[in-house]
Ligand binder design. Sequence first.
Ligand code: HEC
Length: 154
Amino acid sequence: MKPSKLGLISLLLWIATVAALAWFFIRGNTTAGTDHRTAIVLQASERDFVLSEMRGMLVATQGILEGVTRGDMQAVTKAASAAGMGVAADANPALIAKLPLDFKALGMSVHRDMDDMAKAAATGTPAPEILKMEANTLTKCIACHSTWQLQAAR
Ligand code: HEC
């Protein structure tokens, strides 16, 4: 084989590999869901991890709303920061690789919102403004839940 041909073949292989990696990076480890949604396929322990993070988000949401209604902004900050970016840092790289790009972006944006609400409550932002932030964040919870489900690999 001529060297130039060999070079072309390795270039094509390289392009195919990069394209496959990019495809996986964008789509994550997904398949058709059991309803109209797309399923993200995870190990059982990874699914448990994500679901426990979700329950933490629900706890934070409750804590924020209760804090605002009681006028206890310190409680709002505490509840919101418990679901902030710090939590996301615990996820392991193998799990992160399986999540679709859009899912990661939406998830990160919710964690960031939690930090923003924590900061807003700590800096005297009026209650209606914080409730508006919370309502806005909840639309992201809804958007994600209507798009994806989690499936444990068999
Ligand atoms: C980036 C996507 C995404 C975002 C954002 C998101 N969730 Fe979820 N959540 C999911 C998925 C996927 C599931 C599993 C759904 C399924 O398998 O049917 C889930 C499940 C849950 C569950 C069930 C947990 C369990 O133990 O079964 C709760 C509660 C929950 N989410 C709360 C929230 C709240 C509250 C927010 C917003 C503050 C939120 N989620 C934002 C993707 C998301």
